[in-house]
Design a protein around this ligand. Structure first.
Ligand code: FES
Ligand SMILES: [Fe+2]
Length: 320
């Protein structure tokens, strides 16, 4: 994981009046909304005796652990221990381990600091997104799913167009040859434009892929585009959220329904069947530059790998 970055952990619309327990960023976390509706996140471990507060309730914006009913305010500090009476002095340290949390672009984001890293102020780190999918723009449809792959392998797949003709069966239309018009990086933002074409034709299927760290990507093809935010669950599973917008029909309402169909087609047929079928065979399960032999068409993956390694290095304390 790239440290000192915001990761999208869940869809905002799914967090209502109950706590939500999730595994993200290699840890068990609990999400809830406080009395003002503000999204809060903490490690899903009660400081009393370690049960999961996510199995409890939200009462007046406070989260209550289900085991002995201890309550915790929006800052994670314990506000009541029923077994000790209302006058009891609350010991210091009786608090949830809070995580920096923000709501943006219809998603809930948690800041990942990372162990042994240069510490960053979460408020000074922006949440990256794409204007094409800015709040208020209509006609898009989004959803999330768990993918049984390492998250770096998952991110690599966003840069991989040359599997389309083979795994998704579109070779007769698109051709198999990758030609890049642009592979550039500016301000930690990758931009890739190119086309898939037949060997002896000039024009083919155009594509645009952009990436903003740590894990937000935009993919555009003729007729539709989608933004995808990937979040590690653990070392070998990833939560993917994608929002689609088709650009063929512009009539409101119908446009959104078609975007939803594009999403269902990509998730259910392409990603959850065809991609999953082949990616399950990929060895090793995590990228290893010593054994993978990238070729010219993997320029996006190579640029992503370089950027990712640089950002990890920059967050590491200087040696010596
Ligand atoms: S473990 Fe949570 S209240 Fe006891
Ligand atoms: Fe695919």
């Amino acid at each position: 994981m790239i440290p000192n970055q915001w990761y999208a952990v869940a869809e905002a619309r799914k967090l209502k009046g109950k706590p939500m327990g999730l595994e993200r960023l290699g840890r068990k976390i609990v999400l809830w909304r406080d009395g003002s509706g503000t999204f809060r996140a903490a490690l899903d471990r009660c400081p009393h005796r370690g049960a999961a507060p996510s199995r409890g309730k939200v009462l007046d914006g406070e989260i209550q652990c289900p085991w002995h009913g201890f309550r915790f305010g929006p800052d994670g500090v314990c506000t009541g221990m029923p077994c000790e009476g209302s006058e009891a002095r609350i010991p210091r340290g009786m608090a949830l381990a809070m995580l920096p949390a923000r709501e943006a672009h219809g998603l809930l984001w948690v800041f990942h600091q990372g162990a042994d890293c240069v510490r960053a102020d979460p408020e000074a780190v922006p949440i990256h997104w794409f204007d094409e999918f800015a709040d208020g723009k209509t006609g898009a449809a989004g959803s999330g799913f768990d993918w049984p792959f390492n998250y770096v392998r998952t991110l690599e797949s966003n840069f991989d167009v040359h599997h389309f003709p083979f795994i998704h069966g579109g070779g007769r239309i698109s051709g198999e040859r990758v030609e890049f018009f642009e592979v550039s990086e500016a301000n930690d933002h990758l931009r890739i434009r190119g086309q898939l074409r037949h060997e002896h034709k000039d024009k083919g299927l155009s594509f645009r892929i952009e990436y903003k760290p740590p894990a937000v990507s935009l993919l555009e093809f003729p007729g539709f585009a989608f933004v995808v935010a990937d979040c590690p669950i653990d070392a070998s599973n990833t939560w993917r959220y994608a929002r689609y917008r088709q650009s063929v029909i512009r009539i409101p309402g119908i446009a959104k329904v078609l975007s939803w169909f594009a999403l269902q087609l990509d998730f259910r047929l392409f990603q959850n069947r065809q991609d999953e079928w082949i990616m399950a065979t990929q060895q090793p399960g995590q990228p290893d530059q010593a054994v993978d032999h990238l070729v010219g068409a993997d320029a996006g993956t190579a640029a992503f790998t370089n950027l990712r390694h640089r950002l990890i290095r920059e967050a590491s304390p200087k040696q010596g």
